[in-house]
Design a protein. Structure first.
Length: 125
């Protein structure tokens, strides 16, 4: 567990529970986790960020939950939209729960099989 200082001068405890090594989807998951934690530090006024990573059933799952102010959504800026676009480009899903006043929870699921990523006509991923 470590502490990160946000732009608001507050420290937030970061708890990471994960797995040893998961080859496929690691780069995308790293970007998604980094962006989500940056969003928490900039906007959430959270004191705790709980991040969990798991690999099962042919997918990498990532949950990032904070105890901040909530209210995050696609209408509030580009952060959630960028995360959603990245996850969907990797063939995954990202439900977001963020009721105002109750923190935010992101649940990301990325396929472990890169052939599972949908492609557009002409072979464009």
């Amino acid at each position: 567990m470590g502490a990160e200082e946000s732009d608001h001068g507050q420290d937030a405890a970061v708890v990471v529970v994960g797995l040893g090594q998961f080859q496929l989807g690691e780069d995308g998951a790293y970007y998604i986790a980094s962006e989500a934690i940056t969003n928490v530090a900039k906007h959430a006024r959270a004191s705790v960020i709980d991040m969990r990573v798991d690999g099962c059933d042919g997918a990498l799952t990532l949950s990032i939950i904070d105890d901040g102010i909530g209210g995050a959504g696609p209408g509030g800026g580009s952060g959630i939209i960028g995360l959603k676009d990245r996850v969907e480009a990797l063939g995954g899903t990202i439900p977001v729960l963020s009721p105002p006043g109750h923190g935010t929870a992101l649940y990301v699921r990325l396929p472990a099989d890169p052939t599972a990523v949908p492609t557009l006509p002409g072979g464009i991923a």
